[in-house]
Design a protein around this ligand. Sequence first.
Ligand SMILES: [Zn+2]
Length: 312
Amino acid sequence: MVLPARIRVGGLYPLPAAHAPVTPATVETVAGLLRRHRGRVLALTGAGVSVPSGIPDYRGPRGTYRVHGGYRPILHHELVSQHASRQRYWARSFFGIRPAFRAEPNAAHRAFARLEASGHLAGLITQNVDGLHTQAGSQRVLELHGTLRRVACLGCGHTSDRDRFQLRLEALNPRWARFSAEMARAGEEPARRPDGDVDLPPELRYEDFRYPMCTRCHTGHYMPTVVFFGGNVADAVRAQSLDMVDQAQSLLVCGTSLATFSTFRLVKHAHDAGKEVLIASFGQTRGDPYATAKLDVLAEELLPLVAQELDR
Ligand SMILES: [Zn+2]
């Protein structure tokens, strides 16, 4: 299987052409860690875990993302300060959110939930903003970069569900809603151009897209409750993530190249405290020099076998 290359913040880690097969030895490496540190293993997950659920990553906040031609993510400061950036963001999101909400947890998400339920995993920190870990049944989940399932007012902090916000976008943009409904009826998704924009019929223009102001303060703009490129993880969330690492005996890193500083820091912190760090991720990661063991495998192939092994 050949996947597109990934870019990391500040550098490039091309993915190898093929991943390593999961062997009884690789399963035992992970199962052994979970047995040794039963209930004290903290998982750290990233985009690679949600790829089999079909989550397109152009919406991704900080961190790795697939490179589509000239695609460039919308930056935090642009979204905060520029009307045109907000129009573009919400217009893209108007189409992108539906497949994201339809996405189902995959075998890796389910295995994480099972490992927590069986008392092996202490909890989970994820960079993913899709909510799929919670949907799969994981209980102790810290969403380091937030969630796309809610929006919050930049002015007063009022929050709303993203699906209710979608209804308001539809009401404000009836022609867009009609186009979207027609595509859905035909069982299609609008084509996406290499820059991440949706290929629109000529009567729809990004400059015309409308988005609502805050229903409480009436002056603030809503933003998805995620950390964008150029944004920062909230202090309380950062403190909680470090606390979770402190309480753990070891770290199990899956499906991330640790490109973001917020996750790389956790691995470095665990390593410096003498904890075991097992990285099960396809391709080179920024945390490799700090790993006790590194497995070049796919999480959805590895973890169900690990959970099965530990259930025996
Ligand atoms: Zn407000």
